[in-house]
Design a protein around this ligand. Structure first.
Ligand code: ATP
Ligand code: MG
Length: 413
């Protein structure tokens, strides 16, 4: 038998109502915060991600699904994340001349060749938002408030907001020097990837998963101790805004985020009780991104929220049940003529927006009634030759057992 690719998933009809409920809340909240939906292609020129995500990141170095396009002989990649594509779309569609800020959201699947485990798959689903055109911490606070609001509405009180600032192009060089001198002293303990990162992008060393590197990272100099006045001031304003908005947070210097384009504010919402892959939402400011892929200088702040991890967190809280949709009516039939009449009835009701079912597999009457019970139909109607003759039948309320005579051609329910 041909099986699905490792790290991908089938989401079956008994699970999709929960997915749709979550996605519905995401859409509603995003739109209340003034974000409009954007849809971009599933694959892009590889160069976009190399420049937009960063050639020193694990995502680009190890995890992208990259292949050569048949005729054009060019390299294309399945999107490993959403931000670079949105930035490209803004430039390509000239949106940067619209009034600022630009606020976009999307619900997409992304592709990364990672080791599959609980909360980590190779095709994963993400709710993402991007806001372009503001340097103000007020925009950071808005993005964080939107993520928080989605998590609160989903009932996730087991999630904590961690914030940090990783500095801008003013203060990053000083911090970079501090990191280089710290890690140079322990160079022989670094993994091979980190040895090359030390020269190219030392910030990456802080989120290496190798245990020796991670141990070194825990005592490394902290960005918050190296911020310039401007970054310091912005970080303070963000904290005041979050407090004023009633959003709890902890300052966590270990949050640096995995992608190259982050500057200033970075944040993660981390869930309790869902195992090692506990970051349900990660985001931050990426003021250098749009210019790095050939656009104008345009500040940005956004986040990505992983839907599978949200579901794990909801399960841990026992808030992952959504009401099942039950048929209002099940029409049982005996014989071909009755089945045609049953089809006619359910079609009339369905056109009026009613969830109605009838037998389509030719079961015995007894088996049909058993099935009606199994799908929890509210009402049933049994049609045989005599009902067709009289044009009338008994409508049965399954909860009370009460029966009412109805006219087949016109009854409403
Ligand atoms: P992590 O280090 O937890 O893998 P990341 O920094 O690589 O996260 P981002 O690129 O910021 O993640 O993606 C945003 C969110 O998307 C993450 O917080 C997580 O909820 C989800 N996510 C990322 N990679 C995966 C994956 N392979 N499988 C499932 N969800 C994922
Ligand atoms: Mg990752």
């Amino acid at each position: 038998m041909i099986q699905k690719i490792k790290g991908t998933m089938d989401i079956l009809p008994d699970e999709t109502p929960l997915w749709r409920y979550i996605e519905g809340i995401m859409r509603e909240e995003a739109e209340n915060y003034g974000y409009g939906e954007i849809r971009t292609p599933t694959f892009e020129n590889t160069e976009l991600f190399v420049r937009g995500v960063g050639d020193t990141t694990d995502v680009v170095q190890k995890e992208m699904y990259t292949f050569v396009d048949r005729e054009e002989d060019r390299s294309i990649s399945l999107r490993p994340e959403g931000t670079a594509s949105v930035a490209r779309a803004i430039i390509e569609n000239g949106k940067y001349s619209d009034p600022m800020p630009l606020k976009y959201y999307y619900i997409i699947s992304c592709f990364r060749h990672e080791k599959p485990q609980a909360g980590r798959s190779r095709e994963f689903y993400q709710f993402g938002t991007e806001m372009f055109g503001s340097h103000s911490p007020a925009s950071d606070a808005t993005a964080i408030a939107l993520a928080n609001s989605v998590l609160q509405r989903l009932g996730l009180t087991n999630v904590t907001l961690h914030i940090n600032s990783i500095g801008c192009k003013e203060c990053r060089p000083r911090y970079r020097d501090a990191l280089i001198s710290y890690f140079s002293g322990r160079r022989d303990k670094l993994c091979d990837t980190c040895k090359t990162r030390l020269d190219k992008n030392p910030l990456r060393l802080l989120d290496c998963k190798n245990p020796d590197c991670a141990e070194g990272a825990s005592a490394a100099p902290r960005t918050v101790d190296h911020l310039c006045d401007c970054c310091q001031k912005n970080f303070e304003m963000l904290k005041s805004a979050l407090t004023a908005m009633g959003i709890d947070y902890v300052v966590d210097p270990s949050i640096v985020r995995g992608l190259d384009y982050y500057t200033g504010t970075v944040f993660e919402f981390i869930a309790e009780g869902i195992g090692a892959q506990s970051t349900v939402c990660g985001g931050g400011r990426y003021d250098g991104l749009v210019s790095s892929i050939g656009g104008p200088e345009l500040a940005g702040i956004g986040f990505g929220m992983g839907i599978t991890r949200l579901i794990l967190a909801m399960r841990a809280m026992g808030v992952d049940k959504v009401a099942e949709k039950k048929p209002r009516l099940y029409v049982a039939s005996m014989g071909d003529r009755a089945t045609v009449t049953a089809l006619e009835i359910v079609e009339r009701l369905r056109r009026g927006g009613v969830f109605a079912e009838c037998d389509v597999v030719g079961r015995s009457l007894k088996a049909q009634m058993k099935y009606a019970n199994k799908i929890s139909a509210e009402y049933t109607l049994i049609i045989g030759e005599s009902e067709i003759e009289s044009g009338k039948a008994q409508l049965r309320n399954m909860a009370t057992g009460e029966q009412t005579e109805v006219t087949l051609s016109s009854f409403e329910i």
